[in-house]
Design a protein around this ligand. Structure first.
Ligand code: N01
Length: 529
């Protein structure tokens, strides 16, 4: 049986950096990846229009000055092909591939208490032994396939945005249906509408979307940032979401400003584009009255863009803006002015079933060549729980987390020694620029493993008390915000039967300080032996 110091699962941005760090520290380490290439999210999500919602100069590794100086991003927000090229460049430049085993899916990981080793099995029936197991499996990597009656009878093609085929998908002249109006759909719909014959969008909840205002990056802007890249990174790390120092950090309440000035500020930010909109005032995510002002502004924009008043009404979001992940788009609302696009509200016209040639709702029958599921992910816990992970006394992670994930700092969970999660539930992860959160976790885990070695110890796990206190703290912080007030995937509300628990931790800089304090206090809350 092969034996390693560390096995990393997943070769996205988390797994690649983890591999780089641990290999440099001299550990024997391999990375197993289910896909045939690196890039994680950006390997799987190849749907038309897939693009990052964090700006390119920020959504990139900061751990290598040479890398960040030499890589040239072409647009304000990078498209999926460019990000995937970057991931491949990193894999080549740092010679990572020789320790990544592709098309190798981990099915189970059981902790053997006597041997103090994880025993890991893959789909190829290989069994491997390792001291540390690091799940770098991503927060949005298990696709959600909701049940629809009759789906098996449908003779057309079905696609999921999160599992988009690698060969070109030709939708020319086709009748296409798309289910869902989250970030993926909002990016894909304008592209699909341009290509296909006719597009029907099935919407359950209208979403807030802000124009991305994507554009080519100017040499002046890039050179300006590169001249002080470390400073630029440091400022962004101080922001609540580890991004956008140039537009976040407002100190004024939306309620303390005259109507006209506030309107102008929203207008400026709508024109500027992107997440800057939510940075207009310091209480948009905290106070309902403030939030309503921003939400109303967007609703008015929707009505001014969409020509048909009925369609505009259906597209008008009615919940709290920013409570679900804010969507960024290019021509999303404008697309509904096209003759070949139709919007169906499944609240008033529920999907009854799929038929051999399409979808039957309560009041119409639709024929489709292709139906696209833009129905999202079993987020944050889905992939961790699909692997059969068993800790001390054979307890499964599924049993331990039956009422929701329990972690200490989103990094570890008690009863599962030497099992680390990168961007696990209970850490800021999806509420931040993911790459910056990933780097912080990778650096923390590397220091931790080195420290255990330095102490001539072999095991680490959090105490049950520390993780209970952490879970309560994560919830208490979330409850001070508007995040828990809508049915988002942050809460697991998109998956039937999933416990309703707010999973990510709000507030990156405080979180980092807490992680550093834990180390300074000799890994307070952990038992090392
Ligand atoms: O998934 P989603 P996504 N019947 O869960 C609907 C990141 N991301 O893939 O809102 C009918 O947001 C569901 O309806 P409802 C980003 O963090 C980033 O779009 O639950 N509809 C919703 O409209 C994002 O938040 C980028 O009522 C059903 C949609 O499907 C996350 O990934 C781009 C249904 C799912 O939306 C997930 O985004 C893309 C049913 N049975 C994604 N079940 C960028 O960086 C679900 N829906 C820009």
């Amino acid at each position: 049986m092969r034996e390693l110091d560390v096995l990393i699962v997943g070769a996205g941005f988390a797994g690649m950096y983890m591999l780089h760090r641990l290999r440099k520290e001299g550990f024997s380490v391999k990375c197993f990846e289910k896909g045939a290439g690196v890039g994680g999210t950006w390997y799987w999500n190849r749907y038309p229009g897939a693009r990052c919602d964090v700006e390119s100069m920020e959504y990139s590794y900061s751990w290598s000055e040479e890398l960040q100086q030499e890589w040239e991003w072409s647009e304000r927000y990078s498209g999926q092909p460019e990000i995937l090229r970057y991931a491949n460049h990193v894999a080549d430049r740092f010679d990572l591939r020789r320790d990544i085993e592709f098309e190798t899916e981990v099915l189970s990981a059981h902790f053997h208490a006597t041997a103090q080793r994880w025993i890991v099995k893959t789909r190829h029936s290989e069994t491997l032994k390792c001291q540390y197991l690091i799940m770098a499996t991503g927060c949005l990597s298990s696709t959600n396939h909701p049940h629809f009656d009759g789906l098996e009878d449908f003779n057309g093609r079905t696609l999921h945005t999160g599992e988009w085929p690698h060969n070109e998908v030709n939708l020319e002249n086709e009748k296409v249906g798309i289910i869902g109006t989250g970030s993926s759909a909002i990016q894909a719909i304008p592209h699909i509408a341009e290509e296909c014959g006719h597009l029907t969008v099935f919407q359950r909840t209208p979403n807030f979307s802000i124009p991305a205002r994507n554009q080519p990056l100017s040499a002046e802007e890039v050179n300006g940032i590169k001249a002080e890249y470390q400073e630029f990174r440091s400022l962004n790390r101080l922001m609540p979401a580890a991004l956008g120092a140039k537009f976040m950090g407002a100190t004024q309440s939306a309620l303390d400003v005259e109507d006209e000035r506030r309107r102008q500020e929203f207008e400026n930010r709508w024109e500027y584009g992107g997440f800057s909109f939510l940075g207009a005032y310091n209480d948009l995510g905290l106070k309902l009255e403030a939030n309503k002002l921003a939400a109303q502004f967007v609703r008015e924009k929707v009505s001014s863009i969409v020509c048909d008043p009925e369609t505009a009404k259906k597209l008008s979001p009615h919940n709290v803006i920013g409570c679900k992940r804010l969507c960024l788009d290019t021509n999303y609302y404008e697309t509904y002015n096209r003759d070949n696009v139709e919007l169906v509200d499944v609240n008033t016209s529920p999907i009854e079933r799929f038929t051999a040639d399409g979808i039957k709702t309560s009041d119409s029958v639709y024929q489709f060549d292709t139906v696209i599921f833009a129905t999202g992910f079993d987020a944050m816990t889905g992939t961790l729980l699909r692997v059969d992970i068993r800790g001390l006394n054979g307890q499964t992670l599924k049993e331990k987390w039956y009422a929701g994930p329990i972690t200490y700092l989103g990094l570890m969970t008690s009863g599962f020694p030497n099992l680390f999660m990168i961007s696990g539930p209970g850490s800021p992860s999806v509420l931040t620029n993911m790459i910056i959160s990933i780097e912080q976790h990778v650096d923390w885990i590397t220091d931790c493993i080195n420290s255990i070695k330095g102490k001539k110890a072999s095991l680490i796990e959090p105490t049950p008390d520390a993780e209970q206190e952490w879970v309560q703290y994560v919830n208490a912080v979330a409850d001070q915000t508007l995040y828990p007030t809508c049915n988002s995937w942050y809460l697991g509300a998109n998956i039937p039967g999933k416990p309703r628990v707010f999973m990510p931790h709000v507030g990156f800089p405080n979180y980092v300080a807490r992680c550093d304090d834990v180390v300074a206090n000799d890994y307070q809350g952990f038992v090392i032996q």
